[in-house]
Design a protein around this ligand. Structure first.
Ligand code: PMT
Length: 219
């Protein structure tokens, strides 16, 4: 039955937007609400999976029956993903992870002065790419939040990060993507593209899980 097609499967899902502190007061963040990742966690759990949800800060309720681990920064998310990855059958990276963090954290609140303030940023680790490098026998799913050349950029990420699926997310419309209740995506694998028209994030999550299950069946 489709309600149980993930029975005994272990699924790791990341969600939310990481926060990179500048000083005790300020951080660099993004507009991810966690809704897409939490919807995936709910659907996977409902279909029988043993779900671990690694979540950056959100205002959402914990999905029932899911093991939730709270993190804040890209580095903390990386640490937890690496800790739990080996045992997973499926890993879905829906989080919006910072690509850069402030190079120097200021222990004291940065004082306001006249003129511009320059903040130096350093690169964070690309967690998805790292997982792709030494992929065990598991299905690796990434997202691609793009404002232009959606399919082309997503295909590039599929290859570069050695993922099995990339969910290409057009973020140019206000009623889908970041923080919205609905989403509109294209699910891309090596040999096909599946268009998911605008629907609730729960429905989109169901479609993504369907594609993953099909991949498992065809393996
Ligand atoms: O949380 P919501 O408000 O519901 O919004 C959902 C969403 C728009 C955040 C989600 O659908 C989405 O697109 N998530 C990915 C956002 C993103 O950061 O995309 P990216 O193209 O920058 O990253 C590509 C992939 O690499 C992603 O799977 C990301 O998790 C991963 N990544 C990125 C940077 C990094 N340092 N490490 C990573 O693992």
């Amino acid at each position: 039955a489709p309600e149980e097609d993930l029975n005994d499967r272990k699924v790791l899902i990341t969600a939310g937007g990481t926060m990179e502190a500048l000083d005790p007061v300020r951080y660099l963040g993004n507009h991810s609400s966690g809704k897409m990742g939490y919807a995936l966690a709910r659907i996977a759990q409902a279909r029988g999976a043993d779900v671990t949800l690694i979540s950056a800060p959100t205002t959402l309720n914990d999905p029932k029956g899911v093991k939730k681990i709270e993190v804040r920064t890209a580095a903390e998310m990386e640490e937890m993903v690496l800790k739990y990855k080996a045992e997973q059958d499926i890993i879905i990276m829906a989080a919006a992870v910072a690509d850069y963090r402030p190079k120097d954290y200021s222990d004291n609140k940065i004082k306001k002065e006249s003129g511009d303030l320059v903040i130096r940023l350093e690169r964070t680790e690309d967690i998805l790419a790292k997982l792709g490098k030494d992929k065990d026998n598991q299905i690796l799913v990434g997202f691609a939040a793009e404002s232009d050349n959606l399919v082309e950029n997503a295909k590039d990420k599929l290859a570069r990060k050695n993922a099995d699926l990339i969910v290409a997310n057009d973020i140019t419309s206000a009623d889908t993507g970041f923080a919205a209740d609905n989403n509109k995506v294209i699910i891309i694998s090596k040999d096909r593209e599946v268009d998911i028209p605008k629907a609730s994030k729960l429905e989109v999550a169901k479609q993504i899980i369907d594609q993953i299950c099909e991949m498992i069946l065809n393996n």
